[in-house]
Ligand binder design. Structure first.
Ligand code: NAD
Length: 663
């Protein structure tokens, strides 16, 4: 593809580099020759560093570099390109003029994209005749390293161009998210906007000093506190954004004295040597202070969740897109949607009422859905009616074989021959989060009362069982973590209690919580190359969904110690030798082979006998040998009166297969 990048500054040079890296022919255009020289040097230095770090091979730097042409003429640069990405300064008039020219100079079907941070796309395309091909491609700084690109449609953008741009975003190795409305701040900057209003007013109202907040933030594991970060970015840039949000979101954004005063005094942060802190040594000199908890992380979470809910209510973006965008755009381990999943509506509402009361801002008042107690509903939305929807392959497959769309993170299949199957179904590695635990509990209970099911198979959709608990899921405090651990134990224990045979089909990865899930099943089968293990101690955790107990019971203390203390993975082959798995099946046929095993039990064994045996083995481990024998003879007595026992013996004598009726 041929691409032109207009403006070779901070953003344009990174955008040009990333397109060239992915084999596109790029023209980087700037009206200032010095700017082009700087960009050439930046790109050359970056390529050399990439070779040094082994990101690309020697020689590749030259071929990437040869794909970038530098130009000082707009017309010459854009004549035959398929895509233009404009990255000139954030001045409406300048961008409008450039787009008016692009409309005349480019091929009729070329995509015209702007990297604007704030200006409405429809305003930029004001003088363009073919408005349907104008859209936003919002990269993050540095564009060649940050994974995220927001693809923004204006009210005029056509589906065709929007989809094309989205695909291009993914083709250059980015995670593209869809912004369905041309709304101020798009996703990431919008979520960040009320944070800035908040941090400014914390100072205006003298709630605490910058260093108190920043030391608290560092104590929470952040590399930089918010004030240090604003100093780093430039307080003038922050104040400029606040002005923009004051004209687009709410006049309340004007109410921010401290930041504006600093700008008036020329204290812009790192770039001027002084801001909230002194930067004369090149680093922020943060005065010694005790971290304060007058402002807590919960304040920020509530504000961001509120803004995310507003974005969904306004149909700007879907919850999962917001989560991804905030994680990647702000380099966070979790976004507002996963935090919201761990909190109750009441907790978020109460915090927002406190904040809006204290600061007197409507911006912090709970959004409509939170007021109505519908936080959980709104953050679970998967599509807007008639709206664009990103449907990854994994999600598409969810609807296949799904009896009812009751569960969002797994598929429950009721199959023939008394077998049901649960397919864990989350993007990438079927990571277990709170939603999946809830769905799993629901599905186990559904199978429990389903008279037809005798054997339940649990596996992952796609190539992996599950890579374990989603570590980025936010758990607010110590006791919440204890409860989260108990929740997993309780749900997994249901697999032991359910009077049906449960088989774990392990393939790909079964790590941490995923391996613990398999250990809670009655039988495990695996592919030879599957990898399983409990790496928790290497992360400062421990297997807390019953793994520490179950593994020792299953393989003995010595082997359990070895596996848990080293965090080492074992293959399916080794797990067979350890006695963790009972059968190995080839990767290509493991799904079918496991179902065959399930059917051999569901048809070939009496369901009353199998459920009694399961209980005897599980409970027998907790009682004395004699008590176990007593339970065994009682259970045998119960079986003796069943029709299925008569059927089993009759079928043997008549040399036919039994037909058990569960009676
Ligand atoms: N800097 C960021 O962190 C960031 C992040 C995301 C988006 N953006 C947006 O990207 C755009 C560019 O920002 P930047 O930080 O790269 O700005 P910049 O000032 O670093 O670069 C702009 C470049 O455009 C050139 N230029 C000016 N007028 C021109 C014209 N008529 N034709 C061609 N080139 C021209 C300048 O010489 C300069 O090299 C802005 O819209 C900005 O809001 C910036």
């Amino acid at each position: 593809m041929k691409v032109a990048v207009i403006g070779s500054g901070e953003m344009g040079r990174g955008i040009a580099l990333v397109f060239a890296q992915y084999n596109n022919d790029v023209v980087l255009e700037d009206s200032f020759p010095q700017a082009l020289d700087k960009a050439r040097k930046y790109i050359g230095d970056n390529l050399s560093k990439m070779v040094e770090k082994g990101i690309i091979r020697k020689g590749e730097d030259e071929s990437i570099s040869s794909r970038i042409r530098y130009s000082g003429s707009l017309e010459d640069s854009v004549r035959d390109v398929d895509l233009v990405v404009e990255a000139v300064p954030e001045i409406v008039g300048l961008k409008q003029e450039i787009f008016e020219n692009l409309d005349k100079m480019c091929k009729r079907d070329a995509i015209l994209a702007t990297n604007t941070s704030n200006i409405k796309i429809s305003e930029i395309s004001k003088n363009v005749k073919g408005k349907e091909r104008v859209l936003g491609m919002h990269f993050f700084n540095p564009a060649n390293r940050m994974k995220l690109v927001e693809i923004i449609r204006s009210e005029f953008t056509s589906d065709e161009y929007f989809e094309k741009a989205f695909k291009i975003g993914e083709d250059i190795g980015k995670t593209a998210v869809k912004v369905l409305k041309d709304s101020p701040g798009f996703i990431v900057n919008r979520i960040n906007a009320p944070d800035m209003l908040f941090f400014c007013n914390v100072l205006d109202k003298q709630v605490e000093r910058p260093e108190e907040m920043d030391l608290y933030a560092r104590g929470q594991g952040l590399p930089m506190g918010p004030y240090e970060l604003m100093d780093f970015v430039g307080i003038d840039t922050v104040a400029h954004s606040l002005d923009y949000y004051a004209t687009t979101l709410s006049e309340e954004y004007y109410q921010c004295k401290t930041f504006r005063n600093l700008v008036k005094e020329g204290k812009l942060g790192k770039k001027s040597g002084k801001g909230f802190y002194d930067w004369s040594s090149g680093k922020a000199n943060i005065p010694k202070s005790e971290p304060s908890e007058k402002v807590t992380i919960m304040d920020i979470f509530a504000i961001e969740i509120n803004e995310a809910v507003k974005l969904i209510e306004e149909r700007v973006a879907l919850p999962e897109e917001i989560e991804t965008a905030v994680k990647l755009g702000l380099n966070r381990p979790f976004g507002p949607i996963s935090v919201a999943r761990s909190l109750t509506n009441a907790e978020v509402k109460k915090k927002l009422e406190e904040l809006s009361g204290f600061y007197g801002f409507k911006t912090f008042e709970p959004a409509a859905s939170i007021k109505q107690g519908k936080l959980k509903e709104i953050i679970s939305i998967k599509s807007f009616p008639e709206a664009e929807k990103k449907e990854p392959a994994e999600q598409k497959s969810m609807s296949r074989g799904l009896e009812e769309k009751k569960y969002s993170t797994l598929i429950l299949e009721k199959r023939e021959n008394h077998v049901s199957r649960i397919l864990l179904n989350r993007p990438k590695h079927n990571f277990i989060n709170s939603d999946l635990l809830n769905d799993l509990e629901g599905a186990i209970e559904e199978v429990w009362v389903d008279k037809d099911t005798r054997v339940l198979v649990i596996t992952g959709s796609g190539e992996t069982f599950t890579a374990g608990a989603e570590l980025s899921q936010f758990i607010p405090g110590l006791f919440d973590f204890v409860e989260y651990s108990r929740k997993g134990e309780r749900i997994f224990k249901k697999l032991q209690e359910i009077p049906k045979v449960v088989i774990a089909e392990i393939k790909g990865l079964a790590l941490g919580g995923g391996f613990e899930l398999s250990l809670s099943c009655d039988i495990r089968v695996s592919t030879p190359e599957a990898q399983m293990g409990l790496p928790e101690v290497t992360l400062g955790l421990l297997p807390a969904w019953s793994g520490s107990q179950r593994l020792a019971k299953l393989v003995g203390n010595s082997r359990a110690m070895y596996l848990i203390l080293t965090g080492k993975r074992v293959t399916g082959q080794q797990a067979l030798e350890f006695g963790v798995v009972s059968e190995l099946y080839p990767k290509d046929s493991v799904d079918i082979d496991t179902i065959k095993l399930a059917e051999s039990i569901s048809i070939g064994s009496s369901p009353i006998a199998t459920s009694l045996v399961k209980r005897l083995i599980n409970r027998g481990a907790d009682v004395s040998y004699d008590s176990g024998l007593e339970m065994e003879s009682m259970a045998a007595g119960i079986l003796y009166g069943t029709e299925d026992m008569k059927e089993g013996i009759t079928a043997l004598l008549q040399k036919r297969k039994p037909n058990f009726q569960n009676k």
